[in-house]
Design a protein around this ligand. Structure first.
Ligand code: IPE
Ligand code: IPE
Ligand code: MG
Length: 255
């Protein structure tokens, strides 16, 4: 079990220059660059996605061992449906296989699996595996693993505004009672802290419709490496970089 490594890992992490007391509570990752990774090797894009899943496994494990509270992974966007049907199929199959293969180990390690996005558009197989994974790990107190699937920040906000409008229409809420807390509580991430650290691999300097509301004050680290090359060492580097940032939230630097 991963947890049995926890104390040893903690010492190792401290010796790597990570301040374990000031970890980002919530890490969000835009896992980008699978296709370019494959292309560079003369392989089909599907092989890049396959390699991407291996990277993902290690990162989930490391976050769990570190004691990060929430890890949100952008796995499939509302815009990714624009890709060829075959590629979408490969991504969905990889997701389903990942859950089938890893659920036991994730559960043993107290990981709490959740989804962000409207998953009713996913193939039935994937939906079933997700429902099973979410139900089985529901009460786990460990790492909250958010899988963003058919997720888009604008779609999430639109859905939230529709729900709030219904509550107003039904007389449950007054327009003046609409505030930031109320909006946050209608997002897929209701009840979770906003990400402290956003990592995007493969160099693109954009959000690609990811967590538009929640990222308001998140520290951003963009890395040149492609997602399949991302590994626990790179994650620790990103956390170290995060720990050097001065988060002012619009205020002034603490003297
Ligand atoms: C990220 O890699 C995986 C998903 C978007 C699902 P890409 O498939 O976007 O890889 P690039 O950006 O084309 O290299
Ligand atoms: C963002 O990557 C979506 C995911 C990682 C799931 P994309 O590759 O889809 O984003 P763009 O097209 O480069 O903006
Ligand atoms: Mg991409």
């Amino acid at each position: 079990m991963w947890l049995s490594f926890r104390n040893k890992d903690k010492e190792a992490f401290s010796s790597e220059g990570i301040d374990i007391e000031r970890l980002p509570q919530h890490i969000a990752i835009i896992m980008d660059g699978n296709g370019r990774w494959a292309k560079r090797r003369g392989l089909p894009r599907s092989m890049g996605h396959r390699a991407g899943v291996e990277a993902l496994r290690d990162i989930v494990k490391t976050c769990s061992n570190l004691g990060v509270k929430v890890l949100t992974l952008y796995a499939f966007s509302t815009e990714n449906w624009r890709r060829p049907k075959e590629e979408v199929g490969v991504l969905m199959t990889l997701l389903t296989d990942y859950l089938r293969r890893e659920l036991n180990e994730l559960h043993e390690n107290q990981v709490n699996i959740r989804t962000l996005g409207d998953i009713t558009y996913l193939p039935l197989d994937a939906q079933k595996e997700l429902a099973k994974s979410v139900a089985r790990t529901r009460n786990n107190p460990g790492l909250i693993l958010n899988l963003a699937l058919n997720y888009g920040g604008r779609a999430e906000l639109t859905r939230a505004f529709q729900k709030i409008a219904e509550e107003v229409e039904q007389g449950k809420k007054l327009p003046r009672e609409i505030n930031e807390e109320l909006i946050s509580s209608h997002l897929f991430t209701a009840g979770l802290p906003d990400p402290d650290l956003l990592i995007r691999t493969s160099g693109e300097m954009r959000l690609s419709n990811f967590m538009l509301w929640q990222l308001a004050y998140t520290e951003i680290v963009v890395l040149e490496q492609f997602w399949p090359d991302f590994n626990p060492k790179a994650l620790l580097d990103a956390i170290r970089e995060y720990q050097q940032r001065d988060r002012r939230f619009g205020g002034l630097k603490k003297e």
